[in-house]
Design a protein around this ligand. Structure first.
Ligand code: FAD
Length: 441
């Protein structure tokens, strides 16, 4: 080690500083390679050093050290993000927070955890005590609570509970990037300045999240000859509040053919709706299916929950993952279809692009409105063509949250809640994950 790296070893100790090329390469990457656009731009980026804090004091020490040497700091949870959020664009330090992994407190309706706790481990712990997570990404077995809050949006459970910014974070403990890092306890509307902001406004060390009482979940595949029927069934079930649910995911053929572990249970050529609903709702599902020309197929009973591969492992961006195993040329988009006009919009997309764009939807409650969110799979040819497709979607009222950019403001969330103001206060030298946020004055 030379220069600041040597001093960093002295300040933080050998076990917490990794300088070898292999560790730096591995811990400088996330799942940006789902995007050929990001892959081209990000694959060579690497941190100069990895710091692995064991507690909040270590985080403060690492931040003060980086401030003194004007080193960029990019936070990493589990590195399962898709937009290169956790990739250091300008070298410096990657702060790997996966060792801050204590569950601090579980109360009735809430959990307080360190940021590096994995959502899968937390869900298991909570279910053993009669509670469970409200929302989690399909990567929950690996992903950390901090990474989800700072880099994710929603997922399984969002059909009932909404996304991260719909009241699903109660409190965040945030360390600032200053000569002497401050420890802020953030609650209320100010939380919006830290949710999904890629660690550009502070390092979140601890979180309090709301949780739900435990349910017994049944998983069901309902099959339809026509994708249109699958969509109308999914809408009706999503809006039926008497059926408690975590997942409503209509998938058009041939996407189900990519689901290799369960394909033998699926009907060839048919659209599928993947469901996770509470035990005892089969009659209601059958009734909805019958009125939309569908039939119940594969069922995973509550006793098998998490004992076999679950249906959520084929939903959200896991759908793209299964697609990539069959066809490495595919990529994806993130699209918000109109809750009112989605059938017309789907027809327009299919008439225009055919099998170049394949659709699956994850119904979710966005700000209280039951909405068909989609992560369309796109057969990739060129970047020009990809942006032509994006332009077509947007000009037809389908909102695109571009997953082919690492810039927060370009990903469709835009500026909200005074993020730039917090940035200037908490990170005056602009060292936190630089290049990810276009500041506004
Ligand atoms: P990381 O990737 O490590 O970090 C994410 C961002 O947050 C980075 O910018 C990082 O710098 C920042 N960050 C991490 N920890 C902190 C912290 N403590 N303080 C400040 N900043 C921090 N996302 C969804 O929302 N829903 C889904 O259903 C979903 N499905 C996915 C499926 C697949 C197959 C893949 C590859 C990704 C999917 N994602 C999904 C994206 C991602 O997996 C999740 O958002 C996940 O929660 C990220 O957690 P992580 O610990 O891996 O975060």
């Amino acid at each position: 080690a030379i220069g600041w790296e040597k001093e960093m070893l002295d300040v933080l100790g050998e076990t917490q500083v990794l300088l070898d090329r292999e560790s730096r390469d591995k811990l400088s990457k996330d799942y940006f390679w789902y995007s050929p656009v990001l892959d081209r731009q990000l694959k060579e980026k690497v941190a100069d050093g990895i710091v692995v804090p064991l507690n909040e004091e270590d985080v403060a020490k690492a931040l003060a050290f980086a401030y003194k040497h004007k080193l960029p700091v990019t936070v990493r949870g589990a590195g399962t993000g898709n937009y290169g959020q956790a990739v250091p664009l300008f070298g410096g330090i990657v702060l790997d927070l996966s060792k801050l992994d204590s569950i601090v407190e579980v109360g009735d309706g809430y959990a307080r955890v360190q940021c590096g706790v994995r959502l899968g481990a937390l869900e298991k712990h909570l279910r053993e005590q009669g509670q469970e997570l409200r929302i989690y990404p399909s990567t929950f077995m690996k992903a950390t609570v901090g990474g989800f809050v700072c880099g994710g949006s929603g997922g399984i459970g969002s059909i009932t509970w909404g996304n991260l910014w719909d009241g699903n974070v109660l409190e965040a403990v945030v360390m600032t990037m200053e000569e002497q890092p401050r420890r802020l306890v953030v609650t209320g509307p100010d939380l919006l300045n830290y949710i999904h902001n890629y660690g550009t406004n502070g390092i979140v060390t601890e979180l309090k999240i709301p949780i739900s009482s435990r349910n017994e979940w049944m998983q069901t595949v309902v099959q339809f000859d026509r994708f249109e029927d699958a969509m109308l069934f999914a809408e009706a079930l999503s809006k039926d509040d008497s059926v408690r649910k975590r997942l409503v995911c209509p998938v058009e053929w041939p996407i189900p053919s990519y689901f290799l572990p369960i394909v033998k249970h699926l009907k060839e050529g048919a659209a599928a709706v993947l469901l996770e609903t509470v035990d005892g709702t089969l009659d209601a599902i059958e009734a909805h299916a019958a009125s939309h020309n569908g039939s119940v197929g594969h069922i995973i009973s509550p006793s098998q929950y998490r004992k076999t591969i679950g249906l959520s492992d084929f939903s959200w961006n896991h759908t793209t993952l299964w697609g990539l195993k069959t066809d490495p040329t595919i990529t994806y988009l993130q699209a918000g279809f109109s809750p009112v006009l989605f059938m017309e919009q789907i027809k327009l997309v299919k008439d225009t692009f055919g099998d170049e764009v394949l659709l699956h939807f994850e119904w979710a409650r966005n700000g209280g409105v039951v909405t068909p969110n989609a992560l369309p799979i796109v057969r990739f040819t060129t970047e020009e063509r990809l942006y032509e497709i994006i332009e077509f979607f947007e000009s037809n009222g389908i909102k695109i949250f571009d997953p082919h950019t690492w810039v927060l403001n370009d990903g469709g969330r835009g500026e909200f809640g005074g993020m730039s103001k917090r940035k200037r206060e908490n990170d005056p030298l602009g060292l936190l994950n630089p290049g990810k946020m276009n500041q506004q004055s």
